[in-house]
Design a protein around this ligand. Sequence first.
Ligand SMILES: C[S@@+](CC[C@H](N)C(=O)[O-])C[C@H]1O[C@@H](n2cnc3c(N)ncnc32)[C@H](O)[C@@H]1O
Length: 258
Amino acid sequence: MSSDPGNPVVSAKASQDHYDRLAATYDENWVHSPAFIEWMTAQIQRRLQITSTQLAADIGCGTGLFARGLAQHAAAVVCAEPSRAMLAQLPIGERLIPVNASAEDLATGRVTLPHGRYDAILLKEVLHHVEDRAAVIGGLARLLRPGGRMLVVMLPTRISYPLFSAALTLFSARQPDPADVAAEMRAAGLAAQVSYDGFPLTFPAGRYLQMVRNRYMSLLSGFDDAQLEAGVAEIRRAHPEDSLTFTDTFAFVLGTAA
Ligand SMILES: C[S@@+](CC[C@H](N)C(=O)[O-])C[C@H]1O[C@@H](n2cnc3c(N)ncnc32)[C@H](O)[C@@H]1O
């Protein structure tokens, strides 16, 4: 499931504080089941096609949940992350190279990565933290070797989570459109395409409703307790069944350098 569903662009400092606090328990989060990590890593590798002599960079890598799997296919994965606490969770390994930097630092050249050019760049659930997306995509595209690939993994503008309608509407209003990200890649000189794939999830209804009450998505913090209770009742009316099954669909925006 998404690592951070529905989080709007917040200030860089607020975002860093948020992830610094989250770091110690990030990997234990219920959304990161081994089956999901394996599925998502395969989805990423299917698109990036990293081979054993190639260099990859995972920008906003967090704790390296996906860099770990990608490193098995690559010569090395440079893991860039602005939160030192998240980066500190990265396993020590000669093929995982930590760099304390934001996407903006790398795109503008304020921080230089250890290898000049890359065969593959991954940005998974990171771009919603970036204010000037087009500039960041443009700057990172310049780090690609000829034939290099940039993959942005993000939620689509519409999600099929069993939420109440006001929450789904708010999500759609805030979430960047993968088609716009593809357009920004094209403006940066990459050939871009968008594809979608989904991971099936099932929760006991009581557990999922409690997650909603606990505001498991940062999006839900926009609703007060009474609105949330009304939302839970709306979900219950629409889904009286004992367990809730839905597909967590992701957009994969792949850009390729000439
Ligand atoms: C939802 S987490 C995703 C982490 C990892 N990519 C994953 O999928 O597990 C978002 C990550 O982006 C990082 N981040 C926030 N702002 C960023 C920026 N401007 N540039 C790069 N990374 C950023 C956060 O510190 C956090 O680790």
